[in-house]
Design a binder for this molecule. Structure first.
Ligand SMILES: C[S@@+](CC[C@H](N)C(=O)[O-])C[C@H]1O[C@@H](n2cnc3c(N)ncnc32)[C@H](O)[C@@H]1O
Length: 236
């Protein structure tokens, strides 16, 4: 099975922490979650006292619309995991049902937060390759399960432009996973890494402790500010 359109399917802070090797000493970082969908990362990070903003073209939609789309995605994803169960490591999650429960819980946390009018400033309807932020607004820009995953729909040019844009707005960029929807490594990774290096950036590919899809245990990391004490400019 292949899924061409990015689907609203969201993960939690604990999964983000594992996918992106987020350390305890990083809780004070200001974070931009790009293509955040119904993930609960931003809500949880803020509830823990951190600074985070999420952006996704999906946020042009109402909470009810997102809830509806997420519930449709639920059945598609359950069927996908049942049909292709051998592509996954069933240790943290014991079954497709377990995953669905975790994703529904994440979406609920997200939707409860998203529905509060006062929180509109934390959820911006925007997407790659153009972000509505100033240079260096954030310490860290994350992108989970959008770049590289939809390699059939988005070419290498899109990935290079998107990663340069992420590097523009944040002192560090992390992207996970580097697998395409087929479960194979994205066909764009080598070219994208080469082109970013030619542009003067320093992308690295690092192993992470998270592995749910077999082989999905690497992130792309780029430090884009030389000074670790770089001050993000956005005010929260
Ligand atoms: C599979 S979801 C991942 C959600 C979340 N990051 C996670 O890992 O739990 C992919 C998200 O990418 C979003 N998306 C689609 N086009 C995008 C774009 N051009 N820029 C950023 N995100 C986009 C979709 O709306 C969808 O919410």
């Amino acid at each position: 099975m292949t899924i061409k359109d990015p689907i609203p399917w969201g993960r939690t802070l604990s999964e983000y922490a594992a996918m992106f090797s987020l350390g305890e000493n990083e809780q004070s970082l200001s974070v931009l979650d790009i293509g955040a969908g119904p993930a609960s990362f931003t809500a949880e990070w803020r509830h823990n006292g951190g600074h985070a903003i999420a952006c996704d073209p999906l946020y042009a939609s109402s909470a009810n619309e997102i809830e509806h789309r997420t519930s449709i995605a639920k059945e598609a994803m359950r069927n996908f995991m049942e049909d292709d169960a051998q592509r996954f490591i069933w240790s943290t999650f014991k079954s497709p049902d377990d995953v669905v429960k975790a994703r529904v819980a994440a979406a609920k946390t997200f939707l409860d937060d998203y529905r509060k009018e006062a929180n509109a400033k934390f959820y911006l309807p925007a997407g790659l390759p153009t972000l509505p932020f100033r240079d260096g607004d954030f310490d860290l820009a994350l992108c989970s399960h959008f770049l590289f995953l939809y390699s059939d729909a988005f070419d290498a040019d899109f990935h290079v432009a998107s990663l340069m844009e992420m590097a523009r707005v944040a002192g560090e960029v992390r992207v996970f996973p580097l697998l395409a929807m087929t479960g194979e490594p994205s066909p764009h990774t080598d070219e994208v890494v080469d082109r970013l290096r030619q542009a003067g950036l320093r992308p690295d590919i690092e192993p992470v402790k998270y592995e749910f899809q077999i082989g999905g245990n690497q992130m792309l990391r780029m430090q884009t500010r030389d000074h670790p004490d770089h001050q993000p400019k956005i005010s929260f």
